[in-house]
Design a protein around this ligand. Structure first.
Ligand code: GDG
Length: 472
């Protein structure tokens, strides 16, 4: 058995340049935690872009050595590559297409060429580290071409791919001039995972209609290879959120925040700045609620955390202006000297403050227009150790397939969202407890560690099946 190589666009650390020296800050994200149990073992390694500009050869050397000591290897990207491959093809072509925002798709050949070039760069970086019998697990939409590039060089390697965002219907994927190459790239894998059954069905349908490859119960036969496709809904580090919620640090923040906010029912919303997250629609639903129910004035507030993201992409700049204007409108219309309807933060918070927001909020309003999974709703549920709180969740989030005890809404139906907020504000404690307990049970059982295990076990099973086929 060879080693395991994890590959993602970004490494699970962020690189900071301080006083002429490079420092790394470990990412606290769920994926980094879950895969930590893998890449830190034995000879295993994680390969990806460390972020930030590193241009001088001696700086590259310094960063590479530091990363190697952390069991990581860098793929350095030039400014132009970041602009065309990352901000361009990844975030301005694939992202809008795969989230059904066809009006935002940019069809640029220069983006595509850079995407191809950078996938090749990742391939070369991996080949420097990989042996013939290694297992290579590639993550997400920035690297769709990579599985086949690797397969051509390492025909017997074990290659897996997981997509964290939705996979759209055939009608959308066929709009992309590069649809064939993208699908062929993915099919270089032995195992392809998505968050939901629907994503998996869409992928299989596209592969059938565009590549002419049929499947039998999720197994595609491609060039004498078997490729398995399935749904693996990603979990969270459940215990981390449940423990943090009752920790001294978080509870100190809860106390402080409550003192500042006074007696308020709190609606929480947390997202990266992204048009797929449905932020304006949600603010409008809250505005309509306040319009129709003056009895809530002074009694209910929304805490809205918007984490800066992709600030250089035009559609994101426009979205920021739209949200600023909406929040300005609602606050100027309803605020009083001792009450503000929307507490709006355009920044991120340290983990224990985030945990405090989860713990003290009465309702989480998670209403993306489209979301591969959405982890915020799962983290909210895990943080509710006192079993008081209500989750309102969009049907368009992958998580809605698991969290069926949330109040499920269509995020485009403002009246429906408004009514859901009403229902949540008036839900009795017994029902809150019933719903939360049931969701907590499934999230605890199928956490991030279980997700990694189930995926890796399946990969081993697929390889066994391939061997049997060859020996027949
Ligand atoms: C992509 C897919 C899929 C947020 N604000 C703060 C903060 N966060 C953390 C949350 C959560 C993460 O960021 C956001 O994860 P999501 O899943 O909600 O969304 P994406 O970033 O769009 O992720 C998505 C995911 O990949 C995994 O496959 O679920 O569908 O789009 O973990 O906690 N963390 C801290 N401070 C903040 O202010 N510390």
């Amino acid at each position: 058995m060879g080693k395991t190589i994890i590959v993602s666009n970004r490494l699970p650390v962020s690189l900071q340049h301080k006083n002429g020296k490079f420092e790394f800050k470990a990412s606290a994200g769920g994926l980094a935690t879950g895969l930590g149990s893998i890449y830190k073992e034995g000879e295993n390694i994680w390969i990806g872009w460390p972020g930030n500009d590193v241009e001088a050869p001696e700086q590259k050397q310094e960063v590479t050595e530091k990363l190697m000591s952390l069991k990581m290897a860098p793929v350095f990207l030039t400014k132009e590559e970041v602009e065309l491959y990352y901000e361009g093809f990844s975030n301005d072509t694939i992202w809008p297409a795969f989230h059904y925002f066809t009006q935002y798709i940019n069809y640029e050949d220069t983006y595509w060429e850079a995407y191809h070039r950078v996938n090749r760069k990742f391939c070369d970086a991996i080949l420097k580290k990989a042996d013939l019998d290694d297992t290579i697990w590639i993550h997400d939409y920035q690297l769709l071409l990579l599985p086949m590039m690797l397969r051509e060089k390492l025909p017997d390697a074990t290659i897996a791919f997981f997509q964290h965002i939705p996979f759209p219907s055939y009608e959308i994927i066929r709009m992309l001039p590069w649809r064939r190459e993208l699908l062929e790239g993915m099919v270089g894998s032995d195992l392809i995972g998505f968050h939901t059954y629907d994503d998996m069905r869409h992928f299989l349908s596209a592969v059938g209609r565009i590549l002419g490859l049929s499947n039998e119960s999720g197994f595609i036969q491609a060039d004498n290879r078997l490729v398995n496709v399935d749904a693996f809904p990603m979990g969270i580090d459940y215990d981390k959120f449940a423990k943090a919620a009752v920790s001294k640090k978080t509870q100190n923040h809860v106390r402080k925040f409550k003192e500042m906010l006074g007696e308020q029912r709190l609606l929480l919303t947390i997202d990266r700045l992204d048009y797929s997250k449905g932020i304006p629609q949600r603010v409008k639903a809250f505005e309509e609620l306040l319009e129709a129910h003056p009895e809530f004035h002074g009694k209910v507030s929304m805490i809205m955390i918007v984490v800066p993201s992709r600030a250089k992409v035009e559609s994101y700049k426009q979205l920021k202006i739209e949200i600023d204007t909406l929040v300005g409108r609602i606050n100027s219309k309803f605020s009083t000297l001792n009450w503000v309807p929307v507490h709006y933060f355009y920044r991120s918070f340290p983990f224990n403050e985030l945990s405090a927001f989860y713990a003290l909020s009465d309702i989480a309003l998670v209403t993306p227009l489209r979301d591969g999974m959405n982890l915020v709703c799962k983290e909210f549920v895990a943080s509710k150790t006192d079993k008081k709180g209500v989750l309102i969740l969009s049907e368009m989030a992958g998580a809605s397939k698991e969290l069926v005890d949330a109040i499920l809404v269509n995020p485009n139906n403002l009246e429906g969202v408004k009514n859901a907020i009403m229902e949540a504000l008036t839900m009795d404690e017994e029902e809150q407890e019933l719903r939360l307990s049931s969701m907590q049970q499934s999230l605890k059982k199928y956490d991030i560690f279980q997700w990694v295990k189930v995926f890796m076990d399946r990969l081993a099973h697929v390889k066994e099946k391939q061997k049997e086929l060859i020996s027949r």
